[in-house]
Write a protein that binds this ligand. Structure first.
Ligand code: 5RP
Length: 303
């Protein structure tokens, strides 16, 4: 999808496409069409969404429709992937020269790596501790220098995604199966910043099935224990008709708890079951979360 940036210069308007500028135009001739638009407080320069007039001239290029709030104006919302890119680009600006940065895993972090790759090309010097083989491969492709967790004393900042975030910044992670390494890297970090689109915000954790990383030997014993203790049917994660194997050679059991009242107690209990390597509850680990919304707003949640 095109991503338009409407810049407002007094009575003159420039429509600019970030993908190509073939439609760039000086709108001064049409300024009378934009009277209402110019009073609109959301029409700030750099606003990441489109508001445009349905003048016959523009109809020639687009297929506009109206909405209730902005009669005759179209308000395009960001897709989920565009929101992920928005927060990732903002977070990438926090990385400074000589930092050691933990890089999470997943589709939000994909955009982070892309942006960091661009900054490395322009001269940014830092080292990254990847949280999965996928992240390591992607970062290497972008010429981001990598180090092992064992090679560093501490990590300045880790930036990662999440599957669910509650109002206390407790999280479920591990949708991509990288929870063990993600948790180890997060635990070694001075700061953990979580990136997410608004759909990850929940009142209570648990609707997203909680991933448990388990030793393949005797995994059914863990499944039985979960069933008996919590009346929850843990599902062995599959990939191409085979059990999914984590980067560290383990299986993943996805546990639909539905509503987790006490994440702090549950994480402790689950990790006490023989055969469980770790679980996807990240309790009291995140310092900050940067949340993106479809209208292009971002909000920061603090611990
Ligand atoms: C992988 C993770 C990811 O951070 C989590 O699944 C969110 O992924 P995405 O950014 O693709 O929504 O924990 O193990």
């Amino acid at each position: 999808m095109f991503f338009w940036d409407f810049s407002l210069f007094s009575q003159d308007f420039t429509l600019f496409s970030q993908e190509n500028d073939m439609f760039s135009r000086d709108f001064s001739l049409f300024s009378r069409d934009f009277d209402t638009f110019s009073q609109d407080k959301t029409a700030q320069s750099g606003s990441p969404y489109i508001l445009f007039n349905t003048s016959p001239w523009l109809e020639h290029f687009f297929n506009p429709c109206s909405n209730n709030n902005y009669k005759n104006y179209l308000h395009l919302m960001l897709t989920q992937d565009e929101i992920k890119q928005l927060v990732a680009n903002q977070a990438a600006q926090l990385v400074q020269n000589n930092m050691t940065v933990g890089i999470g895993s997943g589709s939000t972090v994909y955009w982070l790596i892309m942006e960091l790759g661009k900054r490395v090309k322009k001269g940014l010097l830092f080292q990254a501790i990847p949280t999965s083989k996928k992240t390591a491969a992607l970062a290497a492709q972008q010429n981001i220098p990598l180090a092992e967790l064992n090679d560093v004393n501490a990590i300045d900042l880790t930036i990662d995604g999440a599957d669910e975030i509650d109002p206390n910044l407790q999280m479920i992670k591990g949708g991509g199966g990288a929870l063990l390494q993600e948790k180890m890297v997060a635990a070694a970090s001075r700061e953990l910043l979580i990136l997410a689109d608004h759909s990850k915000l929940v009142q209570h954790l648990g609707n997203f099935p909680l991933p448990l990383e388990v030793i393949p030997f005797g995994w059914k014993q863990v499944q039985r224990e979960i069933r008996e203790s919590y009346q929850v049917e843990a599902v062995l994660r599959m990939q191409d008709d085979q059990p999914f194997i984590s980067d560290h050679g383990h299986y993943i059991l996805d546990c639909p708890f539905q509503q987790i009242e006490h994440p702090d107690i549950l994480t402790y209990e689950l990790n006490g079951i023989p055969g469980v390597v770790d679980n996807g509850l990240f309790v009291n680990m995140a310092d900050l979360a940067l949340i993106g919304f479809p209208d292009g707003r971002t909000e920061t949640m603090h611990k």
